[in-house]
Design a protein around this ligand. Sequence first.
Ligand code: MTE
Length: 333
Amino acid sequence: MLKPRRKPSWELPESALTDEQAYLNRRRFLAALGLGSISAGALALGGRNLIERAAAQDAPELAKLSAKRNAAYAVAERSQTAAPAPMRYNNFYEFTTNKEAVWELAQGFSLDPYALRVSGMVEKPGAIPLETVEQLGLEERIYRFRCVEAWSMTVPWIGVPLRKLLEHVGVKPGAKYVSFVSFYDPKQAPGQRTQTWYKWPYYEALRLDEAMSDLTLLVTGIYGRRLPPQNGAPLRLIVPWKYGFKSAKSIVQLKVTDKKPPTFWHDSQPKEYSWLSNVEPEVPHPRWSQARERHLTKKGAAGLSFEELETLPYNGYAQQVAKLYPGAGKKKK
Ligand code: MTE
């Protein structure tokens, strides 16, 4: 994506660049020695985080999360991406811009004890525990997911329609937007320490009618298990007809407002990332076409595999959401 204009990576100080690499090298070194569980003393140089993470050489198995599949949300024209590929190829700039290194760097990341803070124009503001969100009605849905960088995947998410949460807290009359804020914890997230030109924490927003669409999900699971850290644990947004960066991960705050909220990528590079960012194959990104995509199929011994597919208007969800954008295609958004 998403090369920062203000401060390119080659301007990074040496100390920042070695942060991630040194961590991964040390982990691989320990793994090669078979030091799965290692004493605190032996790792004194690496610090507490490193000790905890070094103990987990591979991603731990995640707790099961069961939910009834909603057959109305299936994907017919392409096959589902095989696990664990979507858990090994991630965009999560709080950790690193290297998609294949995110999962390893994010092991051990935790927001426990977690609660989603809800504020603004709602009847019942407050901190909502994860269980309360899930009790609103978990279901499994298979969705297409299209990143603005022209790669995609097809994934079974487990979540609750955001509309149910908004109904639960009661949206006040006059509200027009919902904004989302991700976590801020530079101790756990190396990218928040090194990529200081970004305005952390990550923030996104939807119009209220988009937030109330039945497609918009608050997600806590994937492939029948709890979300792993690299995919936005414990709770993320999924908005399948928009480019993936609208689907903010590891959200801690939700605010209902009548003023148009700012968004992370639009603020950072407004000419490249529009506020709405619906999937529009006929509208090229200034640096590449959006007409086709590399669909992630699996991760095998030889690495990740992709197939090339045509990108669909609204990522295949035009029937559900085109009505939200009556002027689309006629005027510049
Ligand atoms: N949310 C946060 N907090 N930080 C991020 O860097 N990246 C976005 C989105 N949400 C991002 C984020 C982008 S660009 C994409 S494509 C998706 O997360 C990737 O989600 P995935 O790693 O689960 O595929």
